[in-house]
Structure formats: structure tokens, C-alpha cells
Design a protein around this ligand. Structure first.
Ligand code: WAQ
Ligand code: MG
Length: 266
């Protein structure tokens, strides 16, 4: 029987060369035209302004996507940026990332120059990505239709069924499948979106409300890496197609103690 074909569909929109929105997924052949339509609509309706250029890529994947489960999601009751940072340090240091590295990641994000991709840092905070301005972009991830419905149901229990959270969970689930990645810090670049997250394979995806003050127009991502050999890792992040086909249960607001003790068990 011939291999079943999958397609990576990616959208980017901009106005006067400035990025407005982006989205991507992996789909069956029969969904290509409806997804192209959906992404076009999404680009045209984005509240950050009218796109004057929309680029949509439809690419047949040469490898069958790896199937993986989603990270479990929970939320801490952090009330301000300082509390969010302290919680980040506690959780990330429990998997071997130094407090200094976490500090470096926050500092680099707060410089205010938003990168297109993520920083790669070793556990001491030394930057490992070859292009320090652009970072490394994770692409070629998706979710099956069934898992997407299940993720919506699961997140919906806590009022979190929206594309921002879903896409971040899908991205993080791909990232943390790779053994060398110990942890992640993410702060949105949307000035109105003040919830960030950290993630580890052990603790899952931990949401951090008020990680930044409202109105701040920059954000960023850092992946903390065991070792320093990043070539295969970068290839995985950028090119290996990965699809979520199973959803782990999510929790609502939890205590930091619960996150540190009750590991997600993956
Ligand atoms: N690969 C690597 N880095 C990326 C990617 C990608 N595909 N997309 C964005 N980044 C980097 C880039 O530096 C952005 O400025 C930064 O991450 C933040 O990206 O559960 O919306 O798309 O409520 O603004 C977190 C949701 C939302 C928390 C994160 O990130 C929650 C979000 P944004
Ligand atoms: Mg954004």
C-alpha cells in the first residue's frame, strides 16, 4: 500500500514587511483547500491590522509524521512578573537548569528585541543558537482532527479552548519530546497577552499568569539544552514532522508545591 501523504500548511501575513500573524499545521490531502481558505480568512481578520501580504506554503511531507501525546497543562496563580519569575526558577532548576540560565533568558527577552525563533541555552545560560538574532523556529507540527477536538474539550474545562493556548501546547509538545531539551520559557510578544508558560517533560506545560506587564510589545522563547551539540536538535525542531494524536489530561489552577511534587508522570 502506498504511504499515506501528509502536508505541512504554513501561513505568514505581514503589513509593510512587518509580521502580523502566522499559523501552521499538518493535514491530510483532502483538507488542503479548506485549510488554505481558513488560514487566508485568519490572516485577513487578524486584529493586529490588515495584512497586505499573505504567504501560504503547502508542502508534501517526505516523512510520515511522528505521533506523540500532548503535554499536560496546568496553571499557577502567579500575580505579578516577579512571582512568575520565581516560580520559573524553582521549577526549571529542579530539572538541572541553573538559576543563572533562567535569569539570562528573562534578561535576553527583556532587552526588547523580539526574535523570530527561540534561543537555545545550555544549563549555565550560554547561548547556543547559530543565528543569535533570528533564533531557531519550530515548524512542521500538527494535531489530528480527533486529538484537536479532545484538546479543545480538555482545555475548555478551564476556559482555555482558544488558538493561542492550543498552538502553544502543540509547539511545546513537539519540543519536549526531544530528550536533549530540559525546559522552556515562553513569553508572548502580544502586548495584551500577559500569560506565559514554562514547560518540562516532567512537569508538563505550566501556565504563568502576569509574567509580563500589560502593554509590553516584546516576548520570546528559550529552550534549555543538556549538552552543547545542537545540530541534530535544530534539524528536529525545524524539519521533523510531528503530530499530536493523544491528549493528556489537564488541570486548572494548582499550587507551585503540587507542580514540584506531583510530577506529570510522563
Ligand atoms: N518557534 C520558535 N520560537 C517561536 C515560534 C516558533 N514557531 N513562534 C514564536 N516564537 C518565539 C518568538 O520569539 C516570539 O516572539 C515568542 O516565541 C512568543 O511567541 O497558555 O503566543 O507566538 O495562555 O507571541 C503562550 C500561551 C502564548 C500561554 C505564547 O507566543 C497560555 C505566544 P508568541
Ligand atoms: Mg505572538
Amino acid at each position: 500500500m502506498p504511504r499515506r501523504l501528509y502536508y505541512s500548511i504554513r501561513m505568514r501575513s505581514s503589513q509593510n514587511g512587518v509580521h502580523i500573524s502566522g499559523a501552521e499545521g499538518i493535514y491530510d490531502r483532502h483538507l488542503i483547500s479548506s485549510m488554505v481558505q481558513e488560514y487566508t480568512q485568519r490572516a485577513l481578520l487578524h486584529d493586529r491590522g490588515r495584512a497586505d501580504e499573505i504567504r501560504i506554503t503547502v508542502e508534501e511531507l517526505k516523512e510520515t509524521p511522528r505521533k506523540i501525546p500532548s503535554l499536560p497543562v496546568c496553571t499557577l496563580n502567579t500575580r505579578n512578573p516577579d512571582a512568575a519569575k520565581k516560580a520559573s526558577v524553582k521549577i526549571l532548576s529542579s530539572v538541572g537548569i541553573s538559576a543563572r540560565a533562567v535569569e539570562e533568558a528573562f534578561n535576553a527577552i527583556n532587552v526588547g528585541i523580539t526574535m523570530r525563533g527561540a534561543m537555545l541555552m545550555d544549563i549555565e545560560g550560554v547561548r547556543l543558537e547559530p543565528d543569535l538574532l533570528r533564533g531557531v523556529r519550530v515548524t512542521r507540527m500538527g494535531i489530528t482532527e480527533k486529538a484537536s477536538r479532545d484538546l479543545s474539550t480538555e482545555l475548555g474545562k478551564f476556559g482555555l479552548d482558544n488558538t493561542t493556548v492550543k498552538e502553544a501546547v502543540i509547539l511545546a509538545s513537539k519540543v519536549h519530546k526531544y530528550r536533549m531539551i530540559l525546559g522552556e520559557l515562553c513569553i508572548s510578544d502580544d502586548p495584551n497577552y500577559t500569560t506565559g508558560y514554562i514547560a518540562t517533560r516532567i512537569h508538563g506545560y505550566v501556565r504563568l499568569p502576569h509574567i509580563k506587564k500589560r502593554g509590553i510589545p516584546y516576548g520570546g522563547r528559550a529552550f534549555f539544552i543538556a549538552g552543547r551539540e545542537v545540530k541534530d536538535l535544530i534539524r528536529y525542531l525545524q524539519r521533523t514532522p510531528v503530530m499530536i494524536n493523544r491528549i493528556n489530561p489537564c488541570r486548572g489552577v494548582v499550587k507551585l508545591r503540587d507542580v514540584l511534587e506531583r510530577k506529570s508522570g510522563r
